[in-house]
Design a binder for this molecule. Structure first.
Ligand SMILES: [Zn+2]
Length: 335
């Protein structure tokens, strides 16, 4: 990306093993993230020109001398942070704050080759080479599925719970899927787009609320005997969505926020009186990867359906445009 709205596909130097713990993978599929739209829209500044992309799945081409578990020829999925998966923070399940983390976005996964630092800690291999139809779902585990899943876990979605999801992008839709898998009794998806509502229903939403703001909160209260939801996932990252999430949670309820927050501030009194547990941040996707890959591999979930447009990598600029204009939920890029 050369600046807001300016995406180009060009030849760069092929990545090589730099550290002995690196791997180089041949990317089978990459994609554009909702968070890539922040710099695209000029809301977030990058050191232009910046390589783009942090979601990836592909075949291991080469590993460094100290890589022990990951082998050339394996199909692997990794998170958007490269992490050692062994430090104290990683072992507590917060790999996205690993003391040795490296942001994959800076390396640029929207490419045909990608260097992955800390390969043993970052990458998880699938049991075998996947059939082509599984690749989108495996790719989704790299970020959107893992992030939606963390949102649902942070919101303590589970048996007997009513879960509300603010945001109908790929992460919000996959938070619906996660809430269902985690056993939620009732799942309220907030969406005003027919195609997204349909997918939300398919993933397990029992109710759809198409109002926003105070009206959206009132609709959720109405569905929950005036109490609010036990669990609310915030999957947008704006002031409006955060307010909506905190106000839609019942006293003692949990808010899991995974939308990258831009210009959001939380009023102290508002939070004080909400009596809500609020937990979120960059999802520790690596914590969930083995379980998510297993669910996809055994075809128990089909998160890849959030990719409603697939383009060759050469057409990355069109992919950004389609997502920016909400013509696509999420675009898969094939190198
Ligand atoms: Zn770590």
């Amino acid at each position: 990306m050369y600046g807001p709205g300016d995406v180009r596909v060009e030849d760069r130097e092929a990545p090589e093993i730099v550290e002995s713990t690196d791997a180089v993978i041949r990317v089978s599929a990459a994609c554009v993230c909702g968070s890539d739209l922040w710099p695209y829209r000029g809301v977030e500044d990058l050191p232009w020109p910046a390589p783009m992309g942090h979601e990836y799945a592909g075949l291991v081409e080469e590993v460094g001398a100290d890589v022990q578990t990951i082998k050339p020829g394996q199909f692997v999925v990794g998170s958007f942070w490269a992490t050692d998966n062994s430090c104290e923070i990683c072992r507590a399940g917060y790999q996205s704050a690993c003391v040795n983390r490296v942001p994959m976005g800076a390396l640029g996964a929207q490419a045909d080759l990608l260097r992955v630092p800390l390969a043993d800690g970052t990458l998880v291999a699938t049991p075998d080479i996947p059939s082509d139809d599984l690749v989108p779902s495996l790719l989704s585990a790299s970020d959107v599925l893992g992030t939606g899943w963390f949102g649902a876990v942070a919101a303590e979605a589970g048996a007997g719970k009513t879960v509300a999801i603010v945001g109908d992008g790929a992460v919000g839709l996959l938070a619906v899927l996660a809430a269902k898998q985690l056993g939620a009794e009732r799942i309220i998806a907030m969406s005003r787009h027919a195609s997204r509502q349909r997918l939300a229903r398919e993933y397990g939403a029992t109710d759809i609320v198409d109002e926003r703001g105070d009206a959206g909160v009132a609709a959720i209260k109405e569905l929950t005997n005036g109490l609010g939801a036990h669990s609310v996932v915030e999957a947008v990252g704006t002031q409006e969505s955060m307010n909506q999430a905190i106000h839609a949670a019942r006293p003692g309820g949990h808010v899991g926020f995974v939308g990258v927050a831009h210009g959001v501030s939380i009023d102290g009194m508002d939070l004080f009186w909400s009596l809500a547990h609020v937990h979120g941040g960059p999802a520790p996707v690596r914590r969930f990867l083995p379980e998510l890959i297993d669910l996809v591999w055994n075809r128990q979930i089909n998160p890849g359906k959030v990719f409603d447009l697939e383009l060759p990598l050469d057409e990355a600029a069109a992919a950004y445009r389609a997502m920016d204009q909400r013509e696509a939920i999420k675009v898969l890029l094939r190198p």
